[in-house]
Design a protein around this ligand. Structure first.
Ligand code: FES
Length: 158
């Protein structure tokens, strides 16, 4: 579970992940995934720590982290909103839905709102096209969402 904590206990946890996955460059992506899952994000100091443990340059690790959109270098919000922008959702109001979500959650796509309440992402189809437009907050799925419902939906999440 992501805690967003970068404190003294973080490094032993990273060490444990590295020994489990193997301290070799081929394990890098798996390690980055597991570390992000554990502490919530991949700040510079953590990237450098992992690079050293794997005998890689910090620049290489940074390149991998910035290449993949699922890695983040800043703490994520407590709730991740995903607004579907796949074709079915897009043509049935997904664009207006995204505009409404952006307005109400207080951050743009790929960003985290103040106080780390929400992070906002777009996704390309979550397999519920018949119920479009669709959005998720954490694991909760909301279908046929009208922009006017967004405020009420987001109010449920502290
Ligand atoms: S396009 Fe949005 S669920 Fe498929």
């Amino acid at each position: 579970m992501a805690e967003g904590c970068l404190c003294e206990e973080t490094y032993p946890k990273i060490d444990a992940i590295i020994s489990e996955k193997g301290a070799v460059p081929n394990s890098l992506i798996e390690i980055l995934h597991a570390v992000q899952e554990e502490i919530g994000y991949l700040p510079q100091a953590v990237q450098e720590y992992i690079a050293e443990a794997l005998g890689m340059s910090a620049g290489t690790v940074e390149g991998v982290v910035s290449f993949y959109s699922f890695f983040t270098t800043v703490p994520r919000g407590r709730h991740t909103i995903k607004v579907c922008q796949g074709t079915a959702c897009y043509v049935r109001g997904g664009k207006r839905l995204l505009e409404s979500v952006t307005k109400h959650c207080g951050c743009g796509v790929g960003e985290t709102s103040e106080g780390q309440r929400f992070s906002l992402d777009v996704v390309r189809c979550i397999g519920a096209c018949g119920l479009s437009p669709v959005m998720m907050v954490g694991d909760d799925v909301y279908d046929r969402v009208k922009p006017t419902r967004v405020a009420e939906i987001l109010d449920k999440y502290e």
